[in-house]
Design a protein around this ligand. Structure first.
Ligand code: 3BY
Ligand code: FES
Ligand code: FE
Length: 433
């Protein structure tokens, strides 16, 4: 039993750390960490309100007045392109009596008008008009409250922290050149799908961080996604040797193409030891090597930006705690994860193509989205079944294998961040367990 005195945050922090203390390193997490509302509340406070979160891309707000909303951790963040073309973020809370300002997930406005008493804000957040407001009230102090927002290669990250760490800038400096050839500033949204998965957000992320389940679990994805993803050379099982030999040839070909074009491709990875754990690498795709299609050939006739070579595989960018993004020559697909409750998680998938690509001529939404819609549906079943299992009193954490190294990395990142925010060192000595 945690202490009854003290502030509620202290009680919650104590209990999540108790559970982490009981974790066996190299094993999946204790069930309580996936089910307990107090643990979930601690995660919201210690992680989700303090870390950089992937919210979307500049392609989702292409014109002045275009906005999207991102709801996480009890907050709603309004991301809007202002009249000077700058993308900004604000709390989606009216400065009068607090009504939600915009209620749609996305849209376009001239000004932001509150539906309650019509307080009206410019796209830069300043209060422009408030009916019958006393002239003695200083409206310059009543602009929308800003939320920290950063862009890296067209990807938008926000932080709800009062003083966000500067790790996003450090990571951006390393990964920007991988992302910019895809010119997200000249892309448009071809499709967006929200899927609520019936599992804890960590199960969604853990499932994404391994391809141990890909061989049997993702028949559409493995037409082009090599199932030996994440394995070291000496870990490739005999039955996947043929796939892996093709991978090695394709990897050498891709490296040569990228080097000729001056596009970076080598692995950069720091998934555990920093606030914005990340991994980026350009990797080959199977078959024609161009896109996520049954035979690997491109799904969009018009390539992104100024790219001329369709055979650039996939540049995959992972950031902790909530994103995986694949950048191909013909399209980009982004995934953001947001927790809803201990056992429900939103996964938003967004497909981006060149702004010049014409639907029905250069691409077909059905075929563009087919592989990841199928893959997401398969992953949602894995996540739901795992949530049911870890909530069962019979569940005992099991060991990760080598193919699950990045699951272990994610879990070690999670533990290290919780401990550092709670400012209590690990009883095992290290900061990452
Ligand atoms: O989308 C991803 O990045 C991961 C990698 C392997 C499994 N999953 C598809
Ligand atoms: Fe927004 Fe009154 S709460 S105008
Ligand atoms: Fe999967």
């Amino acid at each position: 039993m945690t202490e009854l005195l003290g502030d509620p945050a202290t009680v919650r922090r104590t209990s999540i750390l108790d559970h982490l203390d009981r974790r066996t390193p190299g094993h999946s997490l204790p069930g309580v960490l996936y089910t307990d509302p107090e643990v979930f509340a601690s995660e919201i406070e210690l992680l989700w309100r303090r870390r950089w979160l992937f919210v979307g891309t500049v392609a989702e707000v292409p014109e002045p007045g275009d906005y999207l909303t991102f709801d996480v951790a009890g907050s709603s963040v309004l991301v809007i392109r202002d009249d000077d073309e700058q993308v900004r973020a604000f709390h989606n809370v009216c400065r009068h009596r607090g009504s939600r300002l915009v209620t749609a997930g996305q849209g376009s406005v001239g000004n932001l008008v509150c539906g309650y008493h019509s307080w009206t804000y410019a796209t830069d957040g300043s209060l422009r008009y408030a009916p019958q407001l006393s002239p003695s009230i200083d409206t310059t102090c009543l602009g929308l409250r800003p939320v920290a927002l950063r862009e890296v290669g067209g990807l938008l990250y926000c932080s709800l922290a009062d003083s966000p760490d500067d790790d996003l800038d450090a990571v951006a400096a390393q990964v920007r050149d991988y992302l910019t050839p895809h010119r997200l500033d000249r892309a448009k949204v071809a499709a967006q799908v929200d899927l609520v998965e019936e599992g804890n957000w960590k199960l969604v992320m853990e499932n994404n961080r391994e391809c141990y389940h890909c061989e049997g679990g993702h028949p559409e994805l493995t037409c082009t996604f090599f199932p030996t993803w994440g394995l070291r050379e000496d870990q490739v099982p005999e039955r996947l040797r043929g796939d892996h030999d093709r991978y090695l040839l394709a990897e050498a070909d891709l490296a040569r193409r990228c080097d000729e074009l001056g596009i970076p491709h080598r692995l950069l990875e720091d998934l555990v030891g920093r606030p914005l754990g990340f991994r980026i690498q350009r990797e080959p795709l199977d078959g024609a090597g161009e896109s996520f299609s049954p035979d690997g050939s491109r799904l969009v006739g018009r390539l992104l930006g100024d790219l001329a070579d369709p055979r650039l595989g996939r540049c995959t960018f992972h950031t902790q705690p909530n994103a995986w993004i694949h950048l191909l020559a013909d399209h980009v697909v982004t995934f953001s994860v947001t927790p809803i409750s201990p056992d429900r998680t939103l996964v938003r998938s967004t497909w981006l193509v060149s702004a010049d690509a014409v639907e029905g001529v250069d691409y077909d939404v059905e075929s563009l989205t087919a592989v990841w819609r199928a893959t997401n549906a398969q992953d949602a079943v894995f996540v739901r079944n795992t949530q049911l299992g870890v909530a069962d009193p019979a569940y005992v954490p099991g060991p990760y294998n080598e193919a699950e190294r990045q699951v272990d990395d994610f879990v070690r990142w999670y533990e290290a961040q919780i401990r550092s925010e709670a400012r209590i060192p690990s009883p095992r000595g290290g900061s990452d367990g």
